[in-house]
Design a protein around this ligand. Sequence first.
Ligand code: ZN
Length: 427
Amino acid sequence: MTDPCPVTRRLLDYVDASPTPFHAVAEAAGMLAAGGYTRLRESDAWALEAGGRYMVTRNDSTLIAFQVGEDPAAGFRLVGAHTDSPNLRLKPNPSYVKEGFRQLGVEVYGGVLLATWTDRDLSLAGRVTLRDDPQPRLLRVDRPLCRVANLAIHLNREANDKGLGLNKQTHLPPLVGLEGKGGEESRWFEDFLAAELGVESEQILGFDLMLFDVVPSTVSGFHGEFIHAPRLDNLASCHAGLEALLASKGSSAHTRGVALYDHEEVGSRSAEGAMGNFLESVLERVVLGTGGTRETLHRAVANSLLVSADMAHAVHPNYADKHEPRHMPRINAGPVIKVNSQLRYATNADTASRFERFAIQAEVEVQKFVNRTDLACGSTIGPISASQLGMPTVDVGNPMLSMHSIREMAGAHDQRAMVAVLERLFA
Ligand code: ZN
């Protein structure tokens, strides 16, 4: 394998270590702790100091980290991204046996490109709650456990011409084993979880578990131009924000920080999602906790910039007509500024230019994206956060292909460019 630049290598390691939002937050917290960030709890009283570095989580799946600025009124320089990716998640009573196969019932989380989940080496990760311990356990099984097996072409002759149609209820449950192979028949799934966690089967109370592909991320292309990895949307942006934050040395007048949200892929409407009050509450505690007033908070918000970072659609040579002809982001050609007049993106000329000035300082080229006028546009946390917080916001992201596939594709050189621009934001 061609060796990528160190930032891209660290990105791939972060993605591989983060099969679920819980793992993405735990990994981020580990990176931040190593960088001198102290953990706060929302339920504790906070004693913040100018220049101090802190992090706080909600539901263990959303994380906000910040370094307090010297002047509470100087505002915030923030990177927003999301920790969740479309996937298949276990139902509360998942286990059953059919035609001799053990299977697990799954729900579809977000806009999954379903056909890509077939015939993969899948495993389980997430968190499990126990009867006698209030602390949920992180779980990640690192070997192939199951498969959403395709039907043979001989039994589905139109699969290629009509596209692989999959019924979400009947065609997605993965095959995890055969009937009667060890363990008590009625509790084979709980027994499996208990064995993985090293606890008694009766301790298993509940879980948030999801499927993931165990195959590690890789670099590809004749000259190592590409990366192939799951969850680049949007762990690549989480990672870029974290790298830039950890690289920023010394303190500044403004508070710098990252907000890595769960639940973007299903609309952000949760306590820990971008529609919740988590970031608003943290910003208020930062300003009021460092000598500011409510008026200082309003001044700070007006002086702020939120860079909402989420991946962008690169032009695909086989489907180039899906792009607006003069807005075709290319792989390895730098961060993309996303524009949409229906406000699916929060960008305006002013916030776009602020981002572009940071790019000029970093000697990084930027690209601009607008959807074809006759195609509906996706959205992200930018417009939600902008309207929740009343904060100037720009939507950006690195170019990629195969978005929401189980295995996505992006450029091996774009991560370094995005990190360089975000470092200027935090400077
Ligand atoms: Zn996304």
